[in-house]
Design a protein around this ligand. Structure first.
Ligand code: APR
Length: 256
């Protein structure tokens, strides 16, 4: 693995536009379960029950979603960035990072020190919520306090009474247009594209490494398990995100 680490560090030092693309695998070392590893979220819950249609279409759908949220949100809220998140913040401080495109909703890239304007959140952010009726913004804390206080389905206070929805993209929901277009633009402009901790099976997010490759970028995949895009990778490191990213950034610092 040392050879691959050296190779990636060399690519980072030579890169002018490095884009890092992350999935849930970058946050498992912070204690947040991913979705498709054994024991992941979709091993324990049926994704079919948590679609956008179910949420907006029925009170039962919203009740189930908020019940799941009561278990998952505290894990996200209490999680701390791990060495992989801090390594990306280091790359920003070394002026080596164009942006992070993330599928994660846990806000850990921002908390590790990557400026919010450099984090493109394709699937939203779990720390915020909004009313689908009047558009009023809420923090997830406010909604969580209502849940802890016995409210089963948070609704916008009178006179609105609208549905309050976490600011995360559910299956079947339209992707955020601005973030999706910007992610594609930055992927196509990149000269180095590093995937960290994603199974690369959910689209349109999983198109981003292909856009980068098609535009001539070098593609690096750091992921414990195989992905459908491995054959396109110039370098593949089947290791843990924290230690691998930490060693890559250490070598970059020694070379700069
Ligand atoms: N280091 C490196 N890789 C890891 C680590 C780790 N510490 N932990 C897990 N992984 C890898 C797993 O092997 C897996 O291939 O990270 C990948 C995580 O894949 P998924 O669980 O599918 O997560 P992700 O790719 O982010 O899913 C995309 O699917 O359910 C939706 O909206 C959800 O954003 C999510 C999207």
């Amino acid at each position: 693995m040392q050879g691959e680490i050296e190779r990636v560090a060399e690519l980072v030092c030579r890169s002018q536009r490095l884009v890092v693309f992350t999935g849930a695998g970058v946050s498992t070392e912070s204690g947040i379960p991913d979705f498709r590893s054994p024991g992941g979220v979709w091993d324990r819950f049926d994704p079919e029950e948590f679609t956008y249609q179910n949420f907006v279409g029925s009170e039962e759908g919203r009740r189930k979603y908020w019940q799941l949220g009561r278990h998952i949100y505290p894990v996200i809220k209490n999680a701390e960035p791990n060495p992989a998140h801090y390594a990306l913040a280091d790359l920003h401080r070394l002026e080596r990072l164009d942006c992070v495109i993330t599928q994660n909703i846990d806000n850990l890239h921002q908390r590790a020190g990557v400026p919010p304007e450099k984090v493109i959140e394709l699937h939203g952010n779990a720390t915020r919520a909004r009313c689908l009726g009047c558009g009023r913004s809420y923090t997830r804390e406010e909604a969580h306090e209502w849940l802890e206080g016995g409210v089963e389905i948070p609704v916008c206070p009178t006179p609105c009474g609208g549905i309050i929805k976490p600011h995360t993209i559910m299956f079947g929901e339209a992707m955020p247009a601005r973030e999706t277009h910007e992610a594609e633009r930055r992927s196509r402009q990149s000269d180095l594209f590093i995937v960290v901790g994603s199974s690369l099976v959910v689209y349109p997010a999983a198109f981003m490494p292909l856009y980068a490759k098609q535009s001539g970028a070098a593609l690096v995949i750091v992921n414990l398990s195989e992905t459908p895009h491995d054959d396109y990778a110039d370098v593949r490191i089947p290791g843990k995100a924290g230690p691998v990213m930490e060693r890559i950034v250490e070598r970059v610092k020694e070379r700069l």
